[in-house]
Design a protein. Structure first.
Length: 693
């Protein structure tokens, strides 16, 4: 029998102690994992007995200057431990004094040397080398790990079509590849519309349509403008299209105001005296027709990609060609091109997405040429006109930045040359009376200047950012407060509902793009458990942001299914959050060929054994279900669904994290998406669900 009394032998003590130590180690590791996942407070907040927001690093540790220790380490005890920031400031001041003293001694040495020799002193010839060179080099090497070149497509045909998608354009490149594999029931063809419209619209108008953006060299524009005006809808229908346009689109970006369209442009066009001089130009007419086109495209009583929208688009583009946009342009020209860009994005044809990029780029170039980047007060412009110029410039800048982020291409408008002030909150309250509720307003312009511009500059620059810089930007984004939607607008109103939707996941959307590079590197370093990687914080931040974007989109699609399927950006962002963009051949290619913009799908295919909340496999299936439901009326969702299912091919299971159980789970999800079986529920998902209950 084992001895259990006070005279127990050493061997017995060892047998009882080892399991205790082992259990203690397991408990500590379990706590560290939970802290990393944000389930419990960090070690430093627990030591101080203060509230922790469970971010990594948490806000308290960031403010106290001990972010590198969060979440599993603590500051050593002592009276000076809580004054980390003060100590850093003291050291910086002392370093500045020592540097100033060093320069003074160098100057004195140089003066003395001139009295003895014409040669400089040996100590002044060799430049000073810092001892921190090794540290700097290491940081540079770490930053280079996330370097990404993007993707260049070269067409095999003789036309030599080339297309480039930068480091953040992975989802667009996948959708571009998927366009040829969309099943026939999911293809949206508008060629039939074009053929019927060509028979309906006079040839003179079609010639100007085809000559855009330059005018036709032989046909006079005046008679053609009269022909175009003969195709204008009746005034009641025109008013309805304008209201639909404002209600269903201006929550996203305010390009034209109700005051401009309803109170100024409509009366000018519909009340013109016959045979008299027009009080508007061809580009004003083109702008109004683009409003009609998008209004018809977003008319939920009409089918998607309807012929009425296509008709107004053809007429509007022809009207813009009546006056050369390259040489004779104004603010109206820039706005009309901006609306053309949006129409092409929602037109249902994948080839038009490149038109979206080109037209928005041209709009930005014209905005710079007319001096929109300069504040209107320089030219004596004030009041409503000054407010609308400022508001449109910052909306255009935001559109340019997001387009650059989605495609991975450099933006047109560069921050160093911007001298346009942000509108004041007072001006917004005055001039937005009677307008559609804004999804983005003055607060979003401040966000663009303080957060979006630094983030986009970091992730799109030729030299990738350091991990320290990425975490600084992360804290900066999280600290920016987005105002909640007030109750002054009807919550049942479409514009109000969409306004709440875009604000709900605005932080997470930009965080997803910020962390995509180091998210990929974390999976490359530790495919079995990226939480053990140096970049685990980016892995968690990107995954959580993707889940929030997906959750928000699912809820909004349930509330506004018809409208959501017609806004193509919603599906681009959701696809980036959901579907893996990894190369099937080699996981290491995620940082060089196809960027890691995918988040949930990447975790499913590359890290099957990881335990996360919410469960990645369930989230991925939910995303595929979302795209499947939307694919019946959205061409972009249909292409995304094709890419998403292709990720679940056997090739996606050949990486280092491949397992038979993972193949079974993912294969079951694939069959369930295609309607051929029931979903095999992962035990990990069930255990997490039980813990939440």
């Amino acid at each position: 029998m084992p001895t259990t009394g006070p005279h127990a032998g050493p061997s017995t003590i060892m047998e009882e102690t080892v399991p205790r130590r082992s259990n203690s180690t397991v408990r500590n590791r379990r706590k560290e994992t939970r802290r990393t996942l944000g389930e419990i407070a960090c070690a430093e907040c627990r030591r101080l007995k203060i509230k922790c927001d469970r971010l990594v690093p948490c806000t308290t540790c960031v403010k106290r200057g001990c972010a590198p220790l969060c979440p599993n380490e603590t500051i050593p005890p002592g009276e000076g431990a809580r004054y980390v920031n003060s100590a850093e400031d003291h050291l910086r001041r002392r370093m500045a004094k020592l540097e100033e003293r060093m320069h003074s001694l160098e100057d004195a040495l140089a003066i003395i040397q001139t009295t003895q020799s014409i040669q400089p002193h040996p100590l002044l010839v060799k430049p000073f080398k810092s001892e921190d060179k090794t540290i700097t080099t290491t940081r540079d090497e770490v930053a280079d790990l996330a370097d990404s070149l993007g993707t260049l497509y070269v067409a095999e045909q003789s036309d030599g079509d080339h297309r480039f998608y930068g480091p953040t354009g992975g989802s667009e490149s996948l959708l571009f590849e998927a366009k040829e594999h969309v099943p026939p029931p999911l293809q949206w063809q508008t060629n039939g519309h074009d053929r019927s419209l060509q028979d309906e619209i006079p040839q003179e108008i079609m010639l100007f349509y085809e000559s855009f953006p330059v005018t036709h060299p032989t046909i006079p524009p005046e008679p053609v403008q009269t022909l175009i005006e003969s195709f204008l809808p009746p005034k009641p229908r025109a008013s309805a299209l304008c209201e639909t346009f404002l209600e269903h689109l201006m929550w996203m970006t305010q390009i034209v105001s109700r005051q401009h369209v309803i109170a100024e442009l409509m009366p000018a066009v519909y009340r013109q005296p016959r045979g008299g001089i027009r009080g508007y130009g061809p580009h004003d007419l083109g702008l109004l027709l683009m409003v009609f086109a998008i209004g018809a495209l977003l008319d939920l009583t009409l089918p998607p990609y309807n012929v009425e929208a296509r008709r107004y688009y053809l007429l509007g583009r022809a009207a813009l060609a009546l006056q050369p946009a390259m040489t004779k342009h104004s603010l109206v020209t820039a706005k009309a091109l901006h609306l053309m860009s949006i129409y092409n994005g929602m037109s249902g044809e994948e080839k038009n997405l490149e038109h979206t990029y080109i037209l928005l780029t041209l709009s930005c170039q014209i905005a710079l040429r007319i001096g929109l980047h300069m504040d209107p007060s320089f030219w004596g412009i004030n009041g409503r006109q000054a407010y609308e110029r400022r508001a449109y410039f910052w909306n255009l800048l935001a559109g340019d930045l997001w387009q650059s982020m989605v495609t991975g291409r450099p933006p047109v408008i560069r921050p160093p040359f911007i001298r346009c002030d942000i509108p004041t909150q007072h001006d917004e309250e005055i001039y937005q009376q009677g307008e559609v509720p804004l999804g983005f307003g003055v607060w979003s312009f401040h966000f663009v200047r303080e957060c979006a511009i630094p983030v986009f500059h970091a992730v799109l620059s030729a030299k990738p950012p350091s991990y320290e810089r990425v975490m600084e930007l992360d804290s900066q984004i999280r600290e920016f407060e987005i105002p909640k939607s007030d109750s002054s607008h009807d919550p049942q109103r479409t514009a109000t509902a969409m306004r709440i939707f875009v604000r709900r996941h605005f932080h997470e959307l930009i965080l997803m793009y910020l962390h995509r590079g180091f998210f990929a590197q974390a999976i490359t370093d530790c495919p079995e458990n990226p939480l053990k990687s140096t970049y685990s914080r980016s892995f968690l931040a990107a995954y959580r942001a993707a889940c929030v974007v997906l959750e928000s989109t699912v809820e909004q699609f349930a509330a506004q299914p018809l409208l959501c399927t017609r806004i193509w950006r919603i599906w681009s962002f959701s696809f980036s959050a959901s579907v893996s963009g990894f190369s099937h051949d080699d996981v290491l290619l995620i940082t060089t060929t196809v960027p890691a913009q995918v988040i949930i799908g990447a975790v499913v295919t590359q890290c099957p054994g990881i335990q996360l909340d919410p469960c990645p496999l369930e989230q991925f299936e939910r995303a595929c279900r979302l795209f499947q439901d939307a694919s019946t009326s959205s061409s972009r969702a249909a292409r995304a669904l094709v890419s998403g299912v292709s990720v679940l091919s056997p090739l996606a299971l050949t990486g280092p994290a491949c397992s038979l159980s993972n193949a079974r789970e993912i294969g079951a999800v694939k069959d369930n998406i295609q309607g051929r079986g029931t979903v095999y529920r992962d035990n990990r998902c069930q255990s997490q669900a039980r813990r939440k209950r």
